[in-house]
Every structure is written in C-alpha cells, then in structure tokens.
Design a protein around this ligand. Structure first.
Ligand code: SAM
Length: 319
C-alpha cells in the first residue's frame, strides 16, 4: 500500500498541516507540497470554508478515520443565554452537534461546536492547525476509554494537553466524572476559542476552564493529578517540549494517559525520550474490548493501516 496516499486520504477533507505526518513515508515532497497547496487554495476559495469532519461522518468511515464509537447528531437549534455580545457572535458562527456514546445502559453525550468557516489565510499561516481539521480517532478512543474508567478521575485535578477544537475526552471527564477540576488546553487559539464557546453549551458540576497553552511555556507550573493527551506524538520538533511539559505539570504520584497511533516510530520515540528523563511508560495495545474488536474487524480492510490508524494507550508515571 502506498502509505503516503493513505496518510493523505486519511485527512484529505481539509488537511493543511500534514507534512509532519508524511515525513516518515518517503521523499516525494514536491507532490505532497502540490497537494497541500491545492487543499489550501480550496479552503481559501470556498465561500463558507471547510467544516471540520467529525469522527462519525460518512467521509471518515470510508477513509478509516473513525472507530465508530461515537454517534454525532446535528442539533437543530441551540440557545445560549448571555449578555456577552462576543460570545453570542461566536455561538452563531458554529454548527452544533451532540457527540454521544452508549456504554452498557448508560448514554454519554456532550455538545460540541464546529466553526462554520474553518480557515482564513491568517489562520493557516498561524500555529499548527491539525486540531482544527477534525476530532481525531485518538481523541475518540480516549473519550471512550475515559468514559469506561471514570473512577480514575475522582477528586483529581485534570489537564488535557493538545485537545484540539473539542478537547472531547476532557469534556466527558468534566461532565460525567467526579474530578476536582478540569483544564482544557491547546496551543492553537482557534481551537481554544471553539472549546470556550463549547463550554457555554454544556453543564458541568465541577470547575472547568480552557486556555491556550503551548508546551514550551515553562511559566505554567501548576501540577495536575491526571493528564490526558490524544494524537500529539508525531511532531518531531515539539516532542521534547511535550515531554518536558508533562514533567513540569504531572504531580509526583500522577498519571498521564497518552493515546496515539504508532505513526512510524513516533510513539516509540516518545516512550524512549520520556524514559530518559525519568518517566515510566506502560504501552497498552488492548485497553478496551470494544475498541479492540473494532480494530480486529478493520484489519481486513485495505484502507486500514494499523501503524497509522490504531491508537495505542501509554500510561506515563514518574518512576
Ligand atoms: C493531531 S491534533 C490532535 C487534536 C486532538 N487531541 C484530537 O485528537 O482530535 C494535535 C494537537 O496538538 C496541538 N499542538 C501541537 N503542537 C503543540 C504545542 N507545541 N503546544 C501545544 N499544543 C500543540 C495542535 O494545536 C493540535 O490541536
């Protein structure tokens, strides 16, 4: 299988920042650059922009960018009561979806906004945009995992790193767990704008906040008991920053749940580099029977590449 094609197809709906993903796949850089510019041009020419895909849309199913653990439903109307004109404006600029999953006889559901116009030229030139493209399968499987293991978060201070446009797993923890507090972060300000509006459209019993947080910001020194993070290991030039950030923000007896596909050897690099600075890492390939059965069913599909598509869980602790 042409791995480059697969990576490209995987996120072709509106992918811009795919160069990191395809680095390991070969050297046809010109071809890739042409594709990127074609996508960029399409996004810029579109009158409404490209809406990020959800992990359950038809397009995603065909391209194996979902494990079909979540059901999305567009919400016909959503009202928010606020005197904040800016918030009301942000609210109107979005289409609203409920993201639900059924686990045994319990239904877990959160509302998430999708920005109607995803990219302006300025946006595209800015900070890493991968989190505005879609909710990635790792965030989907992490969401499923946290909803199956909510006790982990009881009375804990929880931080999500690199949560993208939804910080979906963190939203589920905040809504259905019993954490002390939840802080949702990403380095991209457009993602966090979306998360901030999204927070207004959900109800929580614990304090929840969101902020732009770049991993190399060492002025952020607060400690957290549990850190969650999905699909953030493939940025070669930011991996060390992420590991240092985990070291600074994870309490001495804390636990980080890091979910990501192998993507070449990027997951192993993360583990090696983490162990070097003193972390213990436990790689868990089969962390949930339902997710595992979805993977087994996909193995026969020619579009499925285990290395790129199947999210693995790493438990990270301080030794
Ligand atoms: C592939 S996306 C994953 C987003 C989300 N977790 C998901 O799976 O849908 C990677 C995320 O990492 C964020 N990111 C990349 N480099 C970062 C950095 N140096 N500091 C903070 N966030 C960063 C991006 O903004 C993006 O949202």
């Amino acid at each position: 299988m042409d791995q480059r094609k697969d990576v490209y197809d995987y996120q072709s709906k509106c992918s811009i920042d795919i160069s990191d993903l395809i680095k390991f796949a070969g050297n046809e850089k010109k071809k890739v650059a042409r594709r990127r510019w074609a996508i960029l041009a399409k996004a810029l020419k579109s009158p409404t922009g490209s809406e990020p895909s959800s992990p359950t849309d038809e397009y995603s199913v065909r391209r194996i960018s979902s494990f079909m653990l979540l059901q999305t439903q567009q919400l016909p109307s959503m009202s928010v009561i606020s005197t904040d004109v800016r918030l009301l404006d942000q609210f109107k600029k979005r289409t609203w979806y409920s993201y639900s999953m059924q686990i045994d006889d319990e239904r877990f559901s959160v509302n998430v906004g999708h920005r109607n116009r995803t990219f302006s030229a300025e946006d595209l030139m800015g900070f890493n945009n991968t989190g505005n493209i879609c909710i990635w399968p790792s965030e989907e499987t992490l969401s499923y995992y946290v909803c199956n293991n909510l006790d982990i978060f009881n009375d804990k201070k929880v931080l999500e790193l690199g949560g993208g446009m939804s910080c979906l797993a963190g939203l589920y923890v905040a809504k259905y767990g019993r954490p002390k507090s939840v802080t949702l972060t990403d380095g991209n300000k457009i993602s966090i704008e979306n998360v901030q509006v999204t927070l207004e459209c959900n109800k929580f019993d614990c304090p929840v906040d969101s902020k732009v947080f770049k991993w190399n910001d060492d002025s952020f020194t607060e400690w957290y008991d549990v850190i969650i993070c999905a699909d953030c290991l493939f940025f070669d030039d930011a991996r060390n920053d992420l590991i240092d950030c985990l070291w600074r923000t994870l309490s001495s007896d804390g636990l980080a749940l890091v979910m990501a596909p192998e993507r070449g050897n990027t997951l192993d690099c993360f583990m090696e580099q983490s162990q070097k600075i003193g972390f213990s890492c436990r790689k868990i390939v089969n962390y949930n029977e339902v997710v595992w059965s979805k993977r087994l069913a996909l193995l026969d599909n020619v579009e499925f590449n285990d290395n790129i598509h199947y999210p693995i869980l790493i438990e990270v602790t301080k030794s």
